[in-house]
Design a protein around this ligand. Structure first.
Ligand SMILES: Nc1nc2c(ncn2[C@@H]2O[C@H](COP(=O)(O)OP(=O)(O)OP(=O)(O)O)[C@@H](O)[C@H]2O)c(=O)[nH]1
Ligand SMILES: [Mg+2]
Ligand SMILES: [Zn+2]
Length: 370
């Protein structure tokens, strides 16, 4: 029988502590500890099963008991879970603890469904390769999801060794900064070890997730932070720097200097999923300016007294920012409307079903009286 004290903080095994276990998680887990279940953190998910790091080491566990229908309620990398204390392989995940943060994107533009990419993340690192031309709109999109997740975003410009001129590099960093208010922007070179100390300091506290396109250099960074080659890395093949999806699963790794890192497969695109407040944070300066518009529902198109347009005219706000803001806001509204429509349809169906049940029950009763 597992004693509950062995799973409660601060007596928890160092393997759990190294993976982010703290007093609050121990409190949230107390009810499951009382049932003799083991706490663990999901380090990888793979077709209905997952690897969970526990005080007894990594165990393989099946997720069948945990809500399989709602894609946002499936177990994902970074989750804290309760697993069976003993049994064969795989054991079972009985539940997961309420998430502190969750990085969610929409799976495709046709179906407004959310897909959860990582849970319980403190730092969302958007990795962007300096080997290709900067795409600020793409960075803004990633940042919207990052803010929405509840994590603190960070942009890491990788492969800085490919931009040998320091002045050019400084301009590139500045460009990204204008697209990322409130977000630290770092340039690093895993090749030359530059900027890695700063990044290591950021990720040494809490859990960080590496996001970005394939070939951005995420796994190379993960290896550099780990101090050993754990993640596979492959040469970028195409001339456009898009790479070829070397990493195929999301992997959670404990760092030697403290902190936890999740390396993810490259994302071709990230669709917004109910990320209205995230978009607002990415364009904080526009939302701030908008408070000075004459009309509170100003669309910043041609209205008189528009403070946003005035800022563009005055050269303080790049027109590109307003365009990008509009585009992401519109996209988000479409997704939200679609989700609402789907929810409404589901509720209607549920009412109909209940209505039918009620009618059947009434008829059965009448039949019984007859
Ligand atoms: N010059 C240079 N190349 C780098 C640097 N970091 C990574 N690369 C190269 O970029 C290519 C892709 O790196 P990966 O780390 O596999 O990229 P990834 O983001 O993990 O890619 P996916 O797993 O497909 O998402 C490899 O050829 C790396 O050697 C760097 O600092 N400088
Ligand atoms: Mg990779
Ligand atoms: Zn306006």
């Amino acid at each position: 029988m597992t004693s509950t004290s062995s799973t409660s903080f601060p007596h928890a095994h160092s393997a759990l502590a190294a993976h982010g276990w703290d007093e609050d998680w121990a409190d949230a887990f107390a009810q499951y500890a009382a049932q003799g279940l083991l706490p663990g953190r999901v380090v990888r998910v793979d077709r209905g099963q997952c690897d969970v790091v526990t005080a007894d080491g990594v165990v393989r566990a099946d997720t069948a008991f945990v809500t399989p229908h709602d894609p946002l309620r499936v177990v994902c990398t970074g989750d804290w879970v309760a697993v069976d204390p003993e049994g064969g392989t795989p054991r079972y995940v009985r539940t997961y603890l309420p998430r502190r943060t969750a990085f969610v994107r929409s799976t495709s533009s046709k179906r407004s469904e959310g897909q959860i990419l990582a849970a319980n993340v403190d730092h969302a690192i958007v990795a962007v390769s300096l080997a290709a031309e900067l795409d600020l709109a793409r960075i803004e999109r990633f940042l919207a999801l990052a803010w929405e997740s509840g994590a603190q975003p960070l942009v890491v410009l990788t492969k800085a060794d490919l931009v040998p001129d320091p002045v050019t590099l400084a301009y590139l960093v500045q460009d990204v900064e204008t697209a990322a208010p409130g977000v630290p922007v770092l340039s690093v070179s895993a090749e030359q070890g530059e900027g890695l100390d700063v990044l290591a300091a950021v990720v040494s506290g809490g859990t960080a997730v590496l996001l970005g396109q394939s070939g951005a250099g995420k796994s190379t960074l993960a290896n550099a932070l780990l101090g050993e080659d754990v993640m596979g890395v492959q040469d970028v093949r195409d001339v456009d720097g898009k790479g070829r999806h070397t990493t195929t699963t999301r992997n959670l790794l404990a760092l030697p200097g403290g902190g936890v890192l999740i390396d993810t497969p490259g994302l071709r695109g990230v669709g917004l999923f109910d990320a209205g407040s995230g978009v607002g944070q990415v364009f904080a300066e526009i939302e701030e300016l908008a408070e000075g518009c004459r009309f509170h529902d100003c669309a910043h198109e041609s209205e008189p007294g528009c403070a946003v347009l005035a800022a563009i005219d005055g050269g303080e706000l790049p027109g590109r920012r307003l365009e990008s803001y509009r585009k992401l806001m519109r996209e988000n509204q479409r997704i939200v409307a679609k989700t609402d429509a789907r929810l409404r349809a589901e509720i209607r169906k549920e009412f109909k079903r209940r209505g039918a049940l009620g009618k059947a029950a009434m008829e059965a009763k009448r039949g019984g009286l007859r």
